[in-house]
Write a protein that binds this ligand. Structure first.
Ligand code: SF4
Length: 347
């Protein structure tokens, strides 16, 4: 281990907050085992009770029509394309019903920037869903969608969020962040929220009492320094609002995209997540990033409406890699007031 890496690692080991420059040293030069150990230590400091939590939800993409033209996206179809769609309210309701039947009550609702859909469409949809499913948790509309709705509806961002909240919006997914560095964004998308717009929507949402997640899509044209800049911007906002409850990172999937290229390796993914955050909302192993409190996490704990075996729970929960190293308690799942699925780490 080089002297520089050792100095930064010692700082993290001692519980000191590291700078963005120091995080870059770790990301570029520390070995994976060291990174993993430091991340795990940070997680244990934040959550010594060793409990992690999960949410069961379903992603529903209400439209694939989009005028943002991201070169990394294989999902969208431009306006007026033969394969463009907007799901009917009945179809979305059916998908929600299926989610309830599998034990979930959260829907992550996201879609393209469809120029035909103004604020009234979302208000009608949310009100209809909340009428039929009163306890549905609508985790809906990423910041770029909020910016798009504000523009096509000719209303301000605060009003957009206020009206969506009044109609049933419960929290915001952190999608559309990709890499929060505008020189990178300009090279991979034509008509999408800037870094400041993404952060501004999140700050306003947090100010209004909404909580949100944060994401990063990496392994494309960005550098490791860009990833650290992205993480530092998220940390800066988290310092101001404390409104992020989870950090989710994923690698660019090049298949069928205009951008093309190759996928980042698993090792690169693990290194980046260790520096950014390892684990889930309730278990941030943050060397650099987030520190949600248990209270902030509780709102999005999963929904099991009746006791079930742990096997059923795990089969229906997100297949998160950190399941390894955990042992499941014997007996049926006990459903708590927040319908929490908690797994005690025993190793
Ligand atoms: S905003 Fe970009 S990533 Fe999202 S659907 Fe449109 S083209 Fe795809």
């Amino acid at each position: 281990m080089s002297a520089r890496v050792e100095a930064v690692a010692s700082k993290a080991l001692g519980g000191e907050r590291i700078s963005a420059d120091e995080a870059l040293v770790l990301l570029e030069r520390a070995d994976l085992v060291t990174l993993g150990a430091l991340a795990d230590l940070a997680r244990r400091r934040l959550h010594p009770d060793r409990v992690v939590t999960y949410i069961i939800d379903r992603n529903v993409n209400y439209t694939n029509v989009c005028n943002a033209f991201c070169t990394f996206c294989a999902f969208y179809r431009p306006p007026h394309h033969d394969e463009g769609y907007v799901l009917s309210f009945e179809t979305i309701e059916k998908k929600v019903q299926e989610t309830y039947e599998l034990g979930g009550n959260q829907i992550l609702l996201q879609g393209g920037h469809n120029p035909e859909l103004k604020i009234e469409y979302y208000e009608d949809l949310f009100r209809r869903l909340k009428t039929r499913f009163p306890d549905l948790w609508l985790h809906a509309l990423s910041p770029p969608e909020i910016v798009h709705i504000h523009k096509v509806s000719r209303i301000t961002i605060p009003e957009t969020l206020e009206r969506l909240r009044a109609a049933g919006l419960a929290s915001l997914p952190g999608g559309g962040a990709e890499i929060l560095v505008d020189s990178v964004r300009k090279r991979m998308m034509k008509n999408k929220a800037s870094s400041d717009e993404w952060l501004g929507v999140m700050e306003e949402a947090h100010r209004q009492g909404l909580r949100s997640t944060a994401t990063m899509m990496f392994g494309h044209i960005e550098t490791r320094a860009d990833r650290i800049e992205h993480l530092a911007k998220l940390r800066g906002l988290q310092d101001r609002t404390g409104g992020f409850t989870a950090f989710i990172g994923w690698t660019f999937q090049p298949g069928h995209t205009e951008m093309g290229g190759t996928e980042a390796t698993t090792v690169e993914y693990l290194r980046t997540m260790a520096v950014g955050m390892g684990g889930t909302a309730a278990t941030p192993a943050a060397l650099l990033l987030l520190n949600p409190t248990e209270e902030e996490c509780e709102f999005k704990l999963p929904s099991f409406t009746e006791s079930a075996s742990w096997d059923v729970v795990i089969d229906t929960a997100h297949p998160i890699g950190i399941l390894s190293g955990f042992r499941l308690p014997a007996g049926p799942v006990k459903v708590g007031p927040y319908q929490a699925l908690a797994m005690k780490r025993v190793s």
